[in-house]
Design a protein around this ligand. Structure first.
Ligand SMILES: Nc1ncnc2c1ncn2[C@@H]1O[C@H](COP(=O)(O)OP(=O)(O)O)[C@@H](O)[C@H]1O
Ligand SMILES: N[C@@H](CCC(=O)OP(=O)(O)O)C(=O)O
Length: 258
């Protein structure tokens, strides 16, 4: 297997923050160090980062993640600042420039906006910057809402013509049933084709801060593998696992490009 040269890495809210919504700085620092190192080795990296709502509701002093859309949007607007501030600080320590890219569904659906976004990504990557992507939650109402960052990362991987999409989660891959409800569940290491049986394994999220659960990850896998892009789900617990993923070594669940 050839080493991927352009990679999209997505990290979920539950992996970036503690249950109380505050940032897991040790995790973030390790992730940033590995991504910086991969970039140094010549791999172009795009990071799709969730966490804005979780960080924001906490900072606003709300007791829990809001359930209403305006509450989520306000939390995201506050949290996105802290997220980017922290990423900028950490990536700067390793000598890398980061760029904030906020997208909505209509960007992919509108040819002109899509081309503008693709050109921006290509230019940033060509200049050695690391684009950090999230949904533009302030303007994301139902019709233009992507809703979860698994779907957003599949969109981004397609836009930047990535070789590989890596979803880093609170779970180390796809199991034959949800391990949080079935302790006997077994890890599936490789999926050659995303059949209806595979799709049926996708349950919801068990965490207080995650959205989408496994189903949105499987839908993302369906989208990108159809575009010839491999996808891997791994645990975010130890970001060093990204080295194995890029070397094509067994790690988490790999969905083979079609
Ligand atoms: N078949 C399955 N295999 C693994 N995890 C599953 C499965 N079905 C449902 N899940 C749930 O999906 C969760 C991961 O999704 P989510 O909480 O949205 O994480 P993230 O914030 O990383 O996107 C797991 O923790 C697990 O509870
Ligand atoms: N735009 C939202 C993304 C929410 C989301 O998809 O979260 P997750 O399921 O943890 O990847 C945020 O930053 O909070």
């Amino acid at each position: 297997m050839e080493k991927p040269s352009r990679v999209v890495v997505k990290i979920g809210s539950s992996s970036l923050t503690y249950e109380n919504g505050k940032l897991n700085l040790r995790r973030m620092d390790r992730l940033v160090r590995v991504l910086s190192d991969l970039q140094n080795s010549g791999v172009q990296v795009v990071l799709v980062s969730s966490g804005a709502i979780s960080v924001g509701f906490r900072k606003l002093g709300l007791p829990e993640k809001p359930h209403d859309i305006p509450g989520k949007q306000a939390s995201a607007a506050v949290g996105q600042c802290e997220l980017m501030y922290t990423y900028d600080k950490l990536f700067s320590e390793y000598g890398h420039a980061v760029a904030q890219v906020l997208l909505t569904r209509d960007v992919v659906e509108n040819a002109e906006m899509n081309e503008n976004a693709v050109n921006t990504f290509d230019t940033l990557l060509g200049l050695g910057a690391i684009p950090i992507v999230n949904e533009n939650d302030t303007v994301s109402i139902d019709e233009i809402k992507i809703g979860d960052n698994d779907t957003l990362s599949a969109m981004v991987a397609t836009m930047v013509r990535a070789d590989l999409l890596v979803l880093m989660s609170d779970i180390d891959g796809l199991y034959d049933s949800d391990p949080h409800t079935n302790p006997g569940a077994r890890l599936i290491e490789r999926v050659e084709r995303i059949t209806d049986e595979i799709m049926a394994l996708g349950g919801g999220s068990a965490s207080a801060v995650g959205t989408g659960g496994m189903l949105t990850k499987l839908t993302a896998a369906k989208t990108v593998t159809a575009q010839g892009i491999d996808m891997v789900i791994v645990s975010a617990e130890n970001p060093d696992i990204l080295y194995d993923v890029l070397d094509g070594k067994p790690a988490g669940t790999r969905f083979a490009a079609q």
